[in-house]
Design a protein around this ligand. Structure first.
Ligand code: SAM
Length: 248
């Protein structure tokens, strides 16, 4: 059984299950947007709209959780017949959660990834011709410091800034800036001004991710992205002079 003292499976509105964390008092995904749908529209699709032509795509998935962003990435790769090699690096503090994921009820779209889910659950690692997946059991803050100029994509999907502030501070995004390539793309569900400021203060350009059937989200990059609408941060700062980024 997946349900334990700290987690409860919850049906989300697209028909896929997510989980509720009793420890953080928060769901792993927006139950309204749907777990699978949220992964696809807020992370995988906007990132791959910019990167899918590359032969090799290196991804930082913050944090592994139930693994939806990683698995939705494999699903996107399969459904779009991509031939790129994917390298996914994902930290996760909760080792017992990762172990228990063999028992999680994933959507049918992930059925073919059962052997991958099992390998990650047992060894924290999977590799084949197309995919290299490494789940690091430990603190994301320490893990990201290892990488320099490495990632094409960063999925920033920690619990909310109010619940898990250490993964949203200016100093944290300084390390993310060091780890991402100059033309890399970061995706996040957070649209809070504090989050956008923490990115902006690290030289990220801020873009809107808006569409039908999901709540607005954010895309950020050190480069100019012509496919996304820019958020005018100078204007936001002028309208909200007291707004501040989170700090360590
Ligand atoms: C919102 S969930 C991630 C959802 C995940 N992306 C998915 O698709 O299922 C946040 C995760 O961050 C993990 N976490 C919290 N603090 C962490 C830290 N400092 N380092 C690594 N993982 C952390 C939690 O255990 C939780 O699993």
């Amino acid at each position: 059984m997946f349900n334990d003292a700290l987690h409860e499976m919850t049906l989300s509105e697209d028909g896929s299950y997510t989980a509720y964390s009793k420890e953080y008092d928060e769901h792993y995904h927006s139950t309204k947007d749907g777990a699978l749908h949220e992964s696809l529209v807020k992370h995988v699709q906007p990132a791959f709209s910019l990167k899918e032509q590359q032969d090799e795509i290196t991804i930082l998935d913050i944090c592994y959780g139930l693994g939806f962003n990683t698995l939705a990435t494999l699903y996107y790769h399969q459904t779009n017949s991509l031939h790129s090699k994917l390298k996914i690096y994902s930290p996760e503090l909760d080792a017992s959660l990762v172990k228990s994921l063999v028992d999680f009820t994933y959507p049918k779209e992930f059925a073919i990834y059962k052997p991958i889910i099992k390998a990650i659950s047992e060894f924290g690692f999977y590799e084949d011709e197309y995919f290299y997946i490494e789940v690091f059991l430990g603190d994301a803050r320490e893990y990201v410091k290892k990488f320099k100029n490495r990632f094409d994509i960063v999925y920033q999907d920690a619990f909310s800034p109010s619940t898990n502030p250490m993964l949203w501070t200016k100093e944290y995004f300084e390390d993310i800036k060091r780890s991402i390539k100059d033309d890399g793309v970061l995706t996040t569900y957070s649209i809070s001004l504090a989050t956008r400021l923490a990115l902006y203060e690290n030289d990220f350009n801020i873009y809107l991710n808006i569409g039908e059937g999901y709540r607005d989200a954010t895309v950020a990059s050190l480069s100019f992205l012509k496919n996304f609408k820019t958020v005018d941060m100078q204007h936001k700062i002028a309208c909200n002079p007291d707004a501040k980024s989170l700090r360590d």
